[in-house]
Design a protein around this ligand. Sequence first.
Ligand SMILES: *Cc1c(COP(=O)(O)O)cnc(C)c1O
Length: 397
Amino acid sequence: MGSKCLEKFLKEGLEDLRSKGLYNQIESLESPNGPIIKINGHDLINLSSNNYLGFATNKRMMDAAKKAVDKYGVGAGAVRTINGTLDIHDELERKIAELKDAEAAIAFQSGFNCNAGAIQAIMDKHDAILSDELNHASIIDGCRLSKAKIIRVNHSDMEDLRQKAKEAKESGLYNKIMVITDGVFSMDGDIAKLPEIVEIAEEFDLITYVDDAHGEGVLGKGKGIVSHFGLEGKVDLEIGTLSKALGVVGGCVTGSKDLIDWLKVRARPFLFSTSLTPGAAAAVIEAINILMESSEAVDKVWKNGDYLKKGLKELGFNIGNSETPITPCIIGDEKTAQKFSARLREEGVYAKSIVFPTVPLGTARVRNMPTADHTKEMLDKALEVYAKVGKELGVIK
Ligand SMILES: *Cc1c(COP(=O)(O)O)cnc(C)c1O
């Protein structure tokens, strides 16, 4: 018998979530996470992955990973700062810096670890962080770990940011002030107003930090949000993930050489968690090679995103303010959104419902992520199913 108080806590917690329709049942794929996935023996059109460019199953990348496994084995053997830095980690960091037109780069084991490590390496309890209210959970946790004062900013509200930056600066309470934002907001698909943020940062001497997890491989011909806006050299910390468009796993921070030197001695997940596997490092290097050779995959994901968006909009769905291939279908009520997703699934389309706490209560949605590998036929079939289920559940007329 385990602890009684734990048993009570878990039982009550799970019951509460289930009764509110907030419990997420995890299902396993019996196939790669491509445009068609297999679950419980059924083939489904997949609109839920972050595999924007289809790189998770890219042959060149798979071959690069296999070669690296043959040369280095399956594990790096240690944390980066002891002797877990292989030459391919160095090569990976040079490649990332090249892709991002940055002075230097550091690779982490995940995008989450970048935020868990980089913020607290720079900020402390004598500092303040201006944080967009819709920032990703890993940014929120990273901010908390730093012990800096967290000042929430209304979503993409530049008046509010300016006002709060001015107050923080004039209060004289803080040594350093940082402004931190998602590049592309992952649940809505809108893009941060980075040029204005940089302008406000220059006015009040703010450190700028953008997490471009959903932007790289998608915005700026694949180079990400900084390139999209032509702001090279004007953002202090640019965070990326190697797990979404790049198709593998890991995260990266790019910036000045001094910044990267500092993170390599102060970012805790870099110091205390084993480095990226050789296979992952090699696959990401190849992903960047492919991205720099051709914009074919990037062009395709935009084309597919635009097509799906237009189709859903014409059917009468509320797709919010997306400016990227991320296409939310906002339904509102949590249980209806979950029912919607379940019905899509029965009809052969896998599009996950996203509910609180991932999005605010009452803004539950089904989120669609088309990729470069979807065909027009797949998207047409998905739209047909959307029309049917939408009418059935009274979401559209
Ligand atoms: C997905 C995501 C992360 C986490 O990246 P992983 O590599 O999956 O750990 C961090 N920040 C944002 C904004 C994300 O969307």
